[in-house]
Each structure stands twice: as C-alpha cells, then as structure tokens.
Design a protein around this ligand. Structure first.
Ligand code: LRY
Length: 225
C-alpha cells in the first residue's frame, strides 16, 4: 500500500524527547514507538538521526523523520543537507520547515524539496507550516503533505491553548493536498474534531509521549483542588 494511503484517516504519534530529558535515548524512543503502534498509531513522527534509525528497526509503519537544529527561527530540518541526512535513515517522509522564512543555507523551499527529490525520489515531503499562507507557498514549492505543526510558533499566528482550528480549516480550504493536523491536540475529542474539520490525518505528540507534560497537567489539577 502507498504511504499516504496507509496514513489516511489515521493517528500518527510523535515520539520525541528533548535535550536534558531522561527519555532522550534512541532505545527508549524505539520502545515508545513500538508501544504506540500497538495502540493503533498508523505512523510515527520522530526527530534525530539516532532515534530515527532505532525506530526504523522497531516498527514497520511509515515514519515522518526530522532533525531539530536549535529551537527558534527555522529549526525543523532547516537545510538540504539536513533533509538528505534524515532521508538516509530510511524514513518514508521527511518533515521540514515549510514556512516562508529565509532558510539558513540560503536555498528556497522549492530548491530544498527539488534537491531532496533528486537524491531520494520516493521520499515524501511534509511541510511544517505556521499558517495557511505558508501552506499555499509550500504547496507551490512541491510539498506532498501540508502540516499545521508550526501554527503559534512563528509569530504569524497566536499560540492558542487549543489546537489552532482556524489554521487547520484554512489549510484544508486551500484544497492543495493532504493536510496533517498537528500541534496542541491533547484529547481524543480534539483529534476527532481535526478529522471533522477536514484533516487527512492527525499527529499527536505531547499528550501521548511526553510523560513530564502529562504529569504536570495532572499535578497542577490536583494542586488546584
Ligand atoms: C513546534 C514544534 O517544535 N513541534 C515539534 C515538531 O516536531 C514537536 O515538539 C511537537 O511535539 C509535535 O509537533 C507534536 O505536537 P504536540 O506535542 O503539541 O502534540
């Protein structure tokens, strides 16, 4: 089955740990990925070359791979070299910054996607966008999948507490290709809502794979009582 068909209508789980965290370990992330597949995840999103290689060994569902370079500006798989390194781990999809901001290697998004395609013709490209305008430009640049990943993180749109539904709907309304709703989807109801609003698939990270955040939600609720 084709990769997009495998992901269509399903839940993709983002398995990421961050610098300094106890779970930042490829074996741990591979175990988390294998666990979420047991729960029904049709795909995995993950970051870092070592994590991606370990997860590739552990699961057979499609993987959306990325690297993070820093944590502000253009930081999700920012350069063509980063894209090539991610593709080399054997992932089906490379996620990259899909905004209209200047990239650190000076290439345009279209040049980056072309360069990746020349080397890895079968790898799909997910553009992590911060707004519908980003998504329209990313579609023009040749992205295969439009993600709402960066809505609320680029300054273009407010960081809503809930998922940015307006952005999801705006990207869907473009009618320019599959839309993966991602970012602050914290409950099963919100995941279902994303599908109702026209998403092709839903990506959930923190609420499934980040115990420190989930625990904080509960701890704060208990402390408030
Ligand atoms: C903005 C940014 O850096 N997003 C990252 C992208 O890979 C991850 O840190 C998020 O966990 C992921 O997008 C899933 O979102 P949420 O964890 O909200 O379900």
């Amino acid at each position: 089955m084709k990769v997009l068909e495998q992901l269509h209508g399903g839940l993709i789980v983002s398995c990421q740990a961050y610098p300094g965290e106890p779970m930042l370990d490829p074996r741990t992330m591979a175990q988390v990925a294998a666990s979420v597949v047991r729960g029904g995840a049709v795909g995995i999103r993950a970051k870092g070359l070592d994590d991606l290689r370990a997860i590739r060994e552990a699961v057979s569902v499609p993987i959306i791979g990325l690297v993070k370079v820093g944590s502000d500006g253009v930081f999700i798989t920012p350069t063509l070299d980063d894209c090539l390194a991610v593709a080399d781990t054997g992932v089906e999809i490379v996620a990259l910054d899909g905004t209209r901001r200047r990239r650190p290697d000076g290439l345009t998004l279209a040049q980056t996607i072309d360069g990746l395609r020349q080397a890895y013709p079968d790898v799909l490209v997910m553009a992590d966008c911060g707004s519908p305008a980003d998504a329209a430009a990313a579609a023009d640049a040749g992205a295969d999948i439009l993600g709402t990943t960066l809505a609320g993180y680029t300054g273009e749109r407010p960081k809503t507490e809930d998922p940015d539904w307006e952005c999801v709907e705006g990207v869907v309304a473009l009618g320019r290709g599959p839309v993966f709703a991602e970012g602050r989807i914290h409950t099963p109801e919100q995941a279902a809502e994303a599908m109702r609003r026209g998403a092709t698939a839903v990506v959930v990270g923190t609420a499934i794979t980040h115990p420190a955040s989930i625990t904080r939600w509960f701890a704060d609720a208990v402390a408030r009582d």
